[in-house]
Design a protein around this ligand. Structure first.
Ligand code: SF4
Length: 347
């Protein structure tokens, strides 16, 4: 155990690499424990859309319009507009270029969901010693159980500032060369706050074996694929199954002695030119953040129906790809018609 922690604690001796899982042709879907479903009863969105975990970004998109997120699952045939796709691709390029300044991205062939999760564990395991050495890290995976739901995410950047405080930054690329308005910034603020909750609970050693196995429905006895084993060896890790690697990760996390995140920051840059627009600090309060999270998760766990936008924010519907299908939007049109002043013969 401590052997592994020692071996990993040698930053600088390794080339800085982030692994990216790439599905091979031979996939291994055998023998996953199946959840018994009870048709009609208890079918909440998590079960209906076969989600065993949620991405932090998915929860954050609910702050814009929850119904939009629900429609992505309910009517997936409605395609994203070419403009939205182009914006997303430009954002991905800027993120990747920034990452490549620091580390190489190496593809690892995976054949099972365990392999795929193992790649994320290896990335985290290789970044712990860098953080311990005070180095900057980018694209750090975070995950864990918050308010009963397993959440996953990738932190853009973690670094120590001149005061020695650990600063978590998320980079946002914008089509407009200006800072976002409050409605747009709401999701980004929740995103970095949830990343802090996940990172802090990882380095506190809160993640349990059972959280990963049960919530992600993975098999600890599954043998890791060749590509993953090669990368584990590069880090001097002696593992053969997914459970071995999970145990090593938990051990490293409980002895890592990394501090919690001190500051949260959003950094904006212009998509067209790549130039910096500005940064915003995000204040953090754990009780409020958890309360907001519980509110958004209560849709997924079936405790309430999804909500559309507030009437004062109906401007959001203008560019929404679901506006032709949206019951909320249609309801709003009826409401406006019903409340509009009636024309009379004298008008
Ligand atoms: Fe939400 Fe408006 Fe789109 Fe409906 S039309 S999903 S309320 S943004």
């Amino acid at each position: 155990g401590s052997n592994v922690t020692e071996k990993l604690s040698t930053p600088g001796k390794r080339a800085r690499v982030r692994l990216a899982a790439v599905w091979g042709t031979k996939q291994n879907h055998a023998s996953y424990p199946r959840k018994r479903s009870k048709p009609g009863l208890g079918h909440n969105p998590m079960e209906r859309f076969r989600r065993n975990h949620l991405a932090v970004t998915q929860v954050c998109r609910q702050t814009w319009c929850e119904l939009q997120v629900a429609y992505e699952y309910e009517i997936p045939h409605v395609l994203t507009s070419p403009e939205t796709r182009a914006k997303m691709e430009a954002g991905v390029d800027i993120h990747l270029n920034r990452e490549l300044e620091l580390q190489e991205v190496v593809s690892v062939p995976v054949r099972s969901r365990e392999d795929q999760q193992a790649v994320s564990f290896l990335n985290l395991l290789s970044m712990i010693p860098d953080l311990q050495a005070g180095l900057l890290v980018r694209e750090l995976p975070v995950f864990g159980l918050l308010e009963g739901v397993f959440l996953t995410g990738v932190v853009d950047e973690l670094r120590y500032d001149e005061k020695g405080e650990l600063v978590l930054t998320d980079l946002k690329t914008r089509a407009a060369n200006s800072l976002p308005d409050p409605a747009q910034a709401k999701g980004s603020s929740l995103q970095v706050r949830l990343y802090k909750l996940l990172f802090d609970s990882l380095v506190r050693g809160d993640l349990k074996r059972d959280h990963v196995i049960t919530h992600l429905r993975l098999l600890p006895e599954r043998a890791l694929g060749k590509g993953v084993l090669e990368q584990a060896e590069r880090l001097d890790l002696q593992v053969s199954t997914f459970g071995d690697l999970l145990d090593l990760l938990l051990l490293n996390l409980s002895y890592c002695e990394l501090p919690p995140v001190d500051r949260l920051r959003l950094e904006y840059c212009h998509q067209g030119s790549g130039a910096a627009i500005g940064t915003q600090d995000v204040p953090f309060a754990e009780p409020q953040t958890r309360e907001e999270l519980r509110h958004y998760l209560s849709y997924w766990t079936g405790r309430r129906e999804p909500r559309g936008v507030d009437i004062e924010e109906a401007w959001k519907c203008r560019d929404c790809q679901y506006k032709q299908h949206c019951e909320w939007k249609l309801g709003e049109a009826e409401y406006l018609e019903a409340t509009a002043p009636k024309k009379t013969a004298t008008d």
